[in-house]
Design a protein around this ligand. Structure first.
Ligand code: MTE
Length: 319
């Protein structure tokens, strides 16, 4: 059987528009009508922003423990240059992602837990300690951004889910609805998007479940209403629009691993000295500028996470 396989991170030439050019064009298109931000939103997105039941929870108070070594990426870049393959393989998916209904949104918790359950996103939000954190984000494609996420520590969610002691991993799953997400009609991808963590990673203080950014509810293209932020790992581990958490004793096989195991693995920790098979990971381009900066081991978060990998040196930790 011949399967047409699109390679994960190969960008066609036409999509490799330099950011300044790309955004210059976009600003020109939306600039004239007062607020650039609102003018840039489609009618459904404006309606959603106005009616989001969680809007009053933001901005959340900032946790000052997490500091940046660089400027924040302007919101306009972080919300218009996205990877969200459910809505297409270009970076320009923000408009298409508005088709995703983010309410009602129910999250299933199952597998090795005391009691399987489902919880609506707004009920979950009411139970979780909301805060804002400034994190770096490093995509495996060698671009990076720094954003103010709002959300809650994944540890608080794991405590709420009450996994059994026998659970070793948590497997997460994105929605699967090809009627709203056209990319999911591409049969060569192993939908739905899956990611996984060890329990030690999931309960590490850096692991953060995101519901907002830039002091507002997260827009669909950034993974509303619930996504992960794992700043020490390549960005593909930070799964968007999660509908299921399954606690298990089997190591989950992730979406990209299933597609191209020789390039994308389970651990995917950032390491400038371990190249991707097709490009160097030594430096990264900051979104919204042409500046390149050196990439750091664990994306600069070694003090929080290096101990998690002691004794695991025989594993493929860095891709
Ligand atoms: N989650 C889902 N469900 N689908 C995706 O395509 N892309 C990943 C990650 N989470 C992706 C996903 C990749 S490769 C990156 S770099 C980040 O989301 C991008 O997040 P951002 O668009 O908010 O910058």
């Amino acid at each position: 059987m011949r399967i047409k396989r699109k390679r994960g991170w190969e960008l066609p030439e036409r999509l490799a528009t330099p950011e300044a050019v790309y955004h210059g064009r976009r600003q020109f298109m939306v600039g004239a009508a007062g607020s650039i931000l609102l003018a840039g939103l489609s009618a459904p997105r404006r309606a959603e922003a106005a009616t989001d039941p969680s809007a009053g929870l933001y901005p959340a108070s900032r946790n000052e423990r997490f500091v940046l070594d660089r400027d924040l990426t302007p919101e306009e870049y972080a919300t218009t240059y996205n990877n969200y393959y459910e809505f297409g393989s270009s970076k320009d998916v923000a408009e298409a992602a508005q088709a995703l209904p983010v309410r009602p949104w129910t999250i299933a918790i199952d597998g090795m837990v005391e009691q399987p359950m489902t919880v609506a996103i707004d009920d979950l939000l009411a139970k979780m300690p909301l805060e804002e954190r400034l994190y770096r984000h490093r995509c495996v494609e060698a671009w990076a951004m720094a954003v103010p996420w709002s959300g809650f520590p994944m540890k608080a969610f794991v405590d709420y889910a009450r996994p059994l002691d026998s659970a070793k991993y948590v497997r997460m799953e994105t929605f699967n609805n090809p009627d709203v997400a056209d990319g999911q009609n591409a049969s060569w991808y192993p939908w739905p998007y899956i990611e996984g963590l060890t329990m030690a990673e999931a309960t590490n203080e850096l692991a953060f479940l995101v519901t907002g950014l830039y002091g507002k509810p997260a827009p669909a293209q950034n993974g509303a209403p619930l996504r992960l932020a794992l700043p020490w790992k390549y960005g593909f581990k930070s799964i968007k629009s999660i509908v299921r958490f399954t606690f298990t004793d089997e190591r989950p096989v992730s979406f990209w691993q299933e597609l191209q195991a020789e390039e994308y693995g389970f651990w995917a920790n950032v390491n400038p000295e371990v190249s991707h098979p097709r490009w160097s990971q030594a430096s990264e381009r900051l979104l919204g500028s042409d500046e390149r900066v050196p990439t750091q081991l664990f994306n600069g978060y070694a003090e929080f996470v290096a101990d998690l990998y002691k004794g695991l040196e025989s594993e493929i930790l860095y891709r």
